[in-house]
Ligand binder design. Structure first.
Ligand SMILES: O=C(O)CCC(=O)C(=O)O
Ligand SMILES: [Fe+2]
Length: 434
């Protein structure tokens, strides 16, 4: 199904029309990874090298232009994906009190409607969604003795063990969830090998930064009730960029919108459509490098594909050459029922240092954009520092984490050097999380 159904027009009577009248991004890049999966399964190193080489340029282009693409040929059984959606629906149909018994801490367990606000600058209240977060079931890697205080805080706050309902309440839920987790995690590893190659690195770049394989994924099940009267001041999911490396999303109902840059709008939409587009001048923050003058666009639901997007860490490693694109969810169409989506977020270990790669340094880097003269992130940051800063802004009731993060991150403000066309340097200060 592409875009939004016609009955959304009726809902638009009540909803803020500018949220709905955006084009559908039918040209979204598609990467077929089946040859790569076959090469890995048969341990054929020549076929593996060829498959990586064949996908590298497409990944580079998709990452540089939109930071969003579809992955097809992924080999994950449709029946498993369908089971996961059906299980998620059954979970959300349970009474809130029962769902709440799985709540552990942020990023694990149940999160009630309105609890998270992904754009607290623009939304007066939390996202119109409820969710369940699941981490790896394998025993988390114990923290090393010399783990920093910040690592300990994050492990405690964000990475607790899953708490399951008893099997009588929801038979098979844990089994299906973990099977799905493992399969999507395997796919994530494959996509990250291609992404590493597009970043000019060895294909093991990301796996080298996860000490215990499979421990840095987070499966989220989300239910968005249709909200016909939706306004831009409160969305199903507020505009945000993802914080980590990549997200693999399964969705069977439209609702996801991404913010396309003016260049992508010009390239993909005819001039007439262009002039009709809404220009959204929201405050654009995070590492997305979003600019006013672009447009929101629906991401089409294409059966048999995962929607993949890059997170802030990739934007940092590549000095914003690869995009960590703003996105949001708008679900007003009651005829479509509740919207269920299954994002799978993949990070690296908390102590991973993110420093702009030499290949992406402005001026000298062989993969950098020749038009780019600014080093956006002159100071490295660790994955953990970035996550802590982001979570403390999206969960307003986490003042303790915010305070602790500020205490444990001695210099959250970094200085950015801007070079103008005459070669003059200008110093600006920015938050390390931005
Ligand atoms: O549900 C969706 O389509 C996207 C959700 C999302 O962007 C997120 O949870 O980070
Ligand atoms: Fe997201």
């Amino acid at each position: 199904m592409l875009g939004i159904s016609s009955s959304a027009a009726a809902a638009a009577v009540a909803a803020d029309a500018s949220l709905l009248h955006v084009p559908t991004f039918t040209d979204i890049p598609i990467l077929n990874v089946s040859a790569l999966i076959d090469a890995k399964a048969s341990d054929d190193s020549a076929a593996y090298a060829k498959a990586i080489a064949d996908l590298t340029m497409a990944m580079y282009d998709a990452s540089k232009s939109v930071g969003f693409f579809l992955v097809s040929g992924h080999g994950i059984d449709t029946a498993l994906i369908d089971d996961m959606f059906a299980m998620a629906r059954r979970f959300f149909a349970l009474p809130v009190d029962v769902k709440k018994t799985t709540s552990v801490s942020h990023n694990r367990g149940y999160m009630a409607l309105g609890e998270e606000n992904l754009n607290s600058d623009a939304q007066y209240d939390g996202d119109i969604k409820e969710a369940l977060d699941i981490g790896p079931e394998k025993e988390d890697a114990p923290l090393p003795d010399d783990a920093s205080e910040l690592d300990r805080l994050l492990a405690y706050r964000l990475r607790q063990r899953n708490r399951w309902l008893s099997d009588d309440v929801l038979p098979g839920f844990k089994q299906v969830s973990m099977k799905y987790y493992d399969k999507v995690n395997e796919l994530a590893e494959i996509v990250l090998e291609v992404l590493a190659s597009a970043m000019g690195q060895s294909t093991a770049f990301f796996s080298d930064r996860v000490k215990v394989p499979g421990t840095m994924g987070q499966l989220r099940m989300v239910r968005y009730p249709a909200a016909p009267g939706m306004q831009s001041s409160r969305l199903s999911c507020g505009a945000h960029s993802d914080y980590g490396c990549i997200t693999l999303l399964a969705a069977d109902t439209p609702g996801l919108q991404i913010y396309l840059s003016p260049e992508v709008v010009k390239r993909h939409f005819p001039a007439r459509a262009c002039s009709d587009l809404q220009a959204h001048h929201e405050s654009i923050k995070y590492a997305s490098g979003g600019q006013p003058g672009g447009s929101w666009a629906w991401v089409p639901v294409v059966p048999g594909t995962f929607i993949v997007n890059l997170g802030d860490m990739i934007s940092r490693w590549t000095n914003r050459t690869f995009k960590s694109t703003l996105h949001r969810v708008v679900h007003v169409d009651t005829d479509l029922g509740d919207r269920i989506s299954l994002p799978f977020f993949v990070d690296c270990d908390f102590d991973t240092e993110i420093r702009v790669l030499p290949a992406f340094l402005p001026g000298s880097g062989k993969l950098s954009d020749p038009k780019e003269h600014v080093l956006h992130f002159p100071k490295p940051i660790t994955m953990g520092q970035h996550l802590a800063l982001m979570f403390s802004s999206t969960f307003p009731e986490l003042p303790a984490v915010r305070k602790e993060t500020q205490r444990l991150t001695p210099s959250p403000v970094v200085h950015v050097t801007l070079r103008d066309e005459d070669g003059q340097e200008h110093e600006l200060a920015e938050s390390a999380g931005a």
